[in-house]
Design a protein around this ligand. Structure first.
Ligand SMILES: Cc1cc2nc3c(=O)[nH]c(=O)nc-3n(C[C@H](O)[C@H](O)[C@H](O)COP(=O)(O)OP(=O)(O)OC[C@H]3O[C@@H](n4cnc5c(N)ncnc54)[C@H](O)[C@@H]3O)c2cc1C
Length: 307
């Protein structure tokens, strides 16, 4: 076993990479382990990241890793996974490897930045359109779909408020509840008054080619011409590797952190989608990573953080 790292970072999305950069510049000895399965891999381009609007997801990560390569005190291991973390004399001990645990490392602090997993509504062939003409992040992708005939597909209780948001970008929005009761009668009346149609029948087929949706066929045979749209997934955090630590999480599986990114376990921090019920965006995750890095450095020298 090697000397303890100052910080072990689990996950190399924007949150983990941004934290690694800032910790590296603070002379911390950092190990970042990343399974390299970005949640946004389904999409061709990412939007809204200052100076990188329209960058492909993997390119953003590649650029960040290239910058980290300039810091000899930051070690990045991609396509490796953390399989378990527990407390140890050094602080924490983690098992990592490619397909199974092959090695143990120790660290004085741990930053959890492993993101979320999403489950799409059970609609036939939805994956075939996801990331090309159907998206989940309204702030990220609505601009490119503006003024088109859009669909919103979902089964969750926040579907009506999602529809009102999307209606900023189009006058031709239809909400598909796919047989669920996600929208109540009062909500339906409110949406109709705003010119938003609601279809309750189960979806039988998404029509189109090479990811570009052209229509939706419902049970009973009705067809809607559609040029793009949004789906409302379910999100949960894959926390299995944390069984030895079990920091507090909310019902949705987000880790509960204070405003500085500390979890309920001393020495364990979290940043990015895994900790944030707020906007799930690259820039927000990167900002959270930078912020928690500052907090980890302050905690290491015993300064009370005031931000
Ligand atoms: C289809 C789609 C399109 C999107 N488009 C945009 C967009 O255009 N603009 C925008 O701002 N946002 C977009 N988002 C949202 C954005 O991708 C997320 O908000 C952002 O990636 C969150 O960053 P993160 O660092 O918290 O987690 P992630 O980027 O999800 O990174 C987490 C990393 O941790 C790794 N990991 C997980 N478990 C382990 C483990 N046990 N050991 C090691 N590594 C592990 C994963 O493989 C992954 O590489 C999109 C999301 C989706 C799903």
């Amino acid at each position: 076993m090697t000397e303890p790292y100052d910080v072990l970072i689990v996950g190399g999305g924007p949150a983990g990479l941004s934290a690694a950069l800032n910790l590296g510049r603070a002379l911390m000895r950092v190990l970042l382990v990343d399974a390299d399965r970005p949640r946004n891999a389904a999409t061709l381009v990412s939007h809204g990241f200052l100076t990188r609007d329209g960058v492909p997801p993997h390119e953003l990560r590649r650029l960040a890793r290239e910058e980290l390569a300039g810091y000899p005190n930051v070690e990045v291991r991609t396509r490796q996974r953390v399989f378990g973390i527990e407390e140890s004399d050094a602080g924490f001990a983690a098992r990592l490897g490619r397909r199974s645990p092959e090695e143990s490392v120790t660290a004085r602090a741990v930053l959890l930045a492993s993101g979320l997993r999403e489950t799409l509504p059970d609609v036939p062939n939805l994956r075939g359109f996801y990331g090309v003409s159907l998206f989940s992040c309204v702030a990220c992708d609505a601009w490119d779909l503006r003024d088109r005939r859009l669909a919103l597909i979902g089964e969750s209780a926040d579907l009506a408020s999602r529809a009102r948001l999307i209606a900023r970008w189009t006058d031709a929005l239809t909400v598909f509840t796919h047989g669920s009761d996600a929208i109540g009668p009062d909500e339906e009346a409110e949406l109709l008054a705003q010119g938003i149609a609601v279809e309750r029948a189960p979806i039988m087929e998404l029509q189109g080619e090479k990811g570009w949706i052209t229509g939706i066929r419902l049970e009973g045979g009705a067809e809607h011409a559609i040029d793009g749209g949004f789906v409302q997934p379910r999100w949960d955090a894959e926390l299995g590797y944390l069984q030895g630590l079990a920091p507090d999480a909310d019902e949705a599986g987000h880790l509960i952190v204070d405003r500085s990114g500390r979890t309920s376990r001393p020495g364990v921090y979290a940043a990015g989608d895994i900790a944030s019920p707020g906007p799930q965006q690259l820039m927000v995750a990167a900002g959270a990573g930078a912020r928690v890095a500052a907090v980890i450095v302050h905690d290491a020298v015993g300064i009370t953080t005031t931000h």
